[in-house]
Design a protein around this ligand. Sequence first.
Ligand code: ADP
Length: 435
Amino acid sequence: MEAGDANLRQTDGKDRATQSLLNKLIRSNVVNNTNQVEVLQRDPNSPLYSVKTFEELRLKPQLLKGVYEMGFNRPSKIQENALPMMLAEPPQNLIAQSQSGTGKTAAFVLAMLSHVDPSLKWPQCLCISPTYELALQTGKVIEQMGKFYPEVKLAYAVRGHKMERGVKIKEQIVIGTPGTVLDWCIKLKLIDPKKIKVFVLDEADVMIATQGHQDQSIRIQRMLPKGCQMLLFSATFEDSVWKFAERVVPDPNIIKLKREEETLDTIKQYYVLCNSKEDKFNALCNIYGAITIAQAMIFCHTRKTANWLANQLSKEGHQVALLSGEMAVEQRAAVIERFRDGKEKVLITTNVCARGIDVEQVSVVINFDLPLDKDGNPDNETYLHRIGRTGRFGKRGLAVNMVDSQRSMEILKTYERHFNKKIARLDTDDLDEIE
Ligand code: ADP
């Protein structure tokens, strides 16, 4: 591979990992999905179990308590099938794919916690994640769900966690990134891979987008004993993920849940006619009261505009959050968390920065600039992803497009035609319409 390609892949991996982390952070609830789960059993003759309650799984009482304490009332769609398979005896291997937010992490965390023997003081479950931040995030879920099962301990195999060679670790669950986990197994000999009973490979699609992670994951997998349960999860399933999955998970059961289509059916779409950036800002101020009844996201084309707009709104005394491409991952995560917790009602961002982030819970979207592709042409997919919502669970929403030139009017018309949905003119001096 050319060095340039390698760099490109590296960036792609980083971007995907960031998107995935931010999606986890912005989400306050499980994503509902009305699509049918597709199940492919390794042994088509064995009965297919699915559960509608957590009780049916006969979990340890400490774990059931943890699950309920997290506010889970019943298994999510993917969990209905995945949990009985993962908890079956003898253990079964699983490859599962569903969009982010559908309950995959909670599912494999529950499986790991169910399979450990707390009386044995060595690692029995090994989970690898693509980045430090994602590993910590999953670790938090393990800690939360295991809250009433304190005998089970967790170790983080991530950068910065300096360990002495040869001092065996006692924690039953290890979560980490591939490189550090490999070191802990081979160089430092802290983990005996032969004693691992459950191996989880999370975010496989993000994993393989990062140079080196694929080989490291395979090297780890090769050290595990026969009979170790292998579980692989991914939000997407392109060919490369599939090939990788087949290499690391022998004889798998397969569960797939298609992403629900986004529609504009439940969204009221408007446009506001303006002459300039300042004019758009004034229009925005006029509708500000109406849009901040709910949480709103405002999209700008460039960082410069986003910064300017955030400043202007702050000067008006409005509390706004700004998500910008120049921020480090931790900063972005902090902004998203504050917004999710309702500390700010308005989040301003750029198209690039918000790409790939699911904003289902936001019911008002303002396109301060209309979405365009990199050549400046209409970008239907981005328009739909910004303002569309899925299925019958999608809340009713409001979208306001700011139009400030002949060209942007033409673009608006192409969106109107493409989706065959009327975008009505909004008079910002007379707001009865959107109330
Ligand atoms: P994924 O790994 O597919 O991205 P997660 O397991 O992180 O999904 O779940 C997404 C969100 O839904 C999290 O906030 C999680 O706590 C919550 N969640 C998971 N399973 C359930 C459930 N059965 N009931 C309610 N909420 C759930």
